[in-house]
Ligand binder design. Structure first.
Ligand code: R5P
Length: 318
């Protein structure tokens, strides 16, 4: 029990700051100022409040690809990168088996799944690059045929800050994937957990600004707190501009390190709130230097050439 306040003079001995209005704190993250406390607090662990940006390290690829190159032994390849990111994007299986529970990093938990990469992307017939193309095999469920893959109670047990759901706009099972998303948003809303819609792309879905404007906006309108999509060489600022919540970019297939740094830089300059990058970090020639160089671009105001210099210096020191 607290000691009694024995002051008898009451008002004279106390300072009520009656002339000072109580502060109304602002919130740093795009579109997120009207959320509840717990959700804002979780988002503040994912996004650095000083820069408004995040470096999510994506290594959830195994959920449909198995032991992806660079992820054969997550304990060997990802744990050295963990200190340098803001958020770990992963599956519950890897979280429980490999990631120390003492980690201070935010968790973005892969929450949809159900098909593997040997399923076709879609049942689709048409023309691509001037050639007739038919996708899909009778009897196979395409990649877009996902379910939710984690209960909300399990996400709470794993202390997730974000649930990541794959969304297949324009695909055979678009409706199903959007329902996975909205069901997850409703469940997560009960506990103040954020949901990230992840834009799936396939051979039948063009990676154009028009496609990403539509896909990201649909996900935001349906209630996503974060949207993940790919960077486009043109008009990317229109994608971020018409999406009312933060966009983070996926890295995509491995490219030369300078190109990947340039892409992260351009995306942030064009309004992205950071990266959710995997293969361009853990498949780099020197993953820890690459992680630090990405950090330089996203959080420390480095230009791509400067960050690439840092990458080479650190690589040569090792
Ligand atoms: C793919 O669906 C996974 O969600 C990955 O997290 C995503 O593709 C980002 O990884 P990367 O930068 O390797 O493309």
């Amino acid at each position: 029990m607290a000691d009694l306040d024995t002051s008898t003079a009451d008002k004279q001995d106390k300072e009520y700051f009656t002339d000072t209005p109580q502060k109304v704190p602002d919130f740093f993250l795009k579109g997120s100022h009207q959320y509840d406390w717990g959700l804002k607090n979780r988002l503040s662990k994912v996004f650095n409040p000083k820069t408004g940006r995040t470096i999510m390290l994506a290594f959830d690829h195994g959920y449909f690809m198995g032991p992806t190159t660079g992820l054969e032994r997550v304990d060997q390849t990802i744990l050295p990168l963990e200190p340098h990111c803001d958020c770990l994007m992963l599956t519950r299986g890897i979280q429980r088996s490999i990631i120390p529970a003492s980690t201070q990093k935010a968790i973005a938990l892969r929450s949809s799944g159900g098909t593997s990469m040997i399923s076709p992307m879609d049942e689709w017939e048409g023309e691509l690059d001037g050639k007739a193309l038919k996708l899909g095999r009778p009897g196979y469920e395409p990649l877009s045929y996902e379910d939710t893959a984690v209960d909300i109670e399990e996400a709470i047990r794993l202390n997730a800050s974000v649930l990541a759901v794959q969304v297949f706009i324009g695909s055979q099972h678009e409706r199903r994937s959007l329902q996975n998303l909205t069901k997850t948003i409703d469940a997560a809303a009960r506990y103040g957990i954020a949901v990230m819609g992840v834009t799936a792309v396939g051979r039948a879905m063009a990676r154009t600004p028009k496609y990403f404007r539509m896909a990201t906006r649909i996900m935001a309108e349906l209630g996503c707190h974060i949207v993940k999509c790919y960077h486009t060489d043109e008009e990317f600022e229109t994608v971020t501009s018409c999406c009312p919540v933060p966009i983070v970019i996926a890295g995509g297939k491995k490219r030369p390190e300078l190109d990947a740094l340039q892409m992260a830089y351009d995306a942030c300059e064009q309004g992205a709130s950071g990266v959710d990058m995997g293969r361009n970090i853990f498949q780099a020639d020197a993953p820890v230097p690459m992680m630090k160089a990405v950090r330089g671009v996203v959080h420390e105001g480095m230009k791509p050439a400067e960050a690439f210099q840092l990458y080479n210096d650190l690589k040569n020191e090792a």
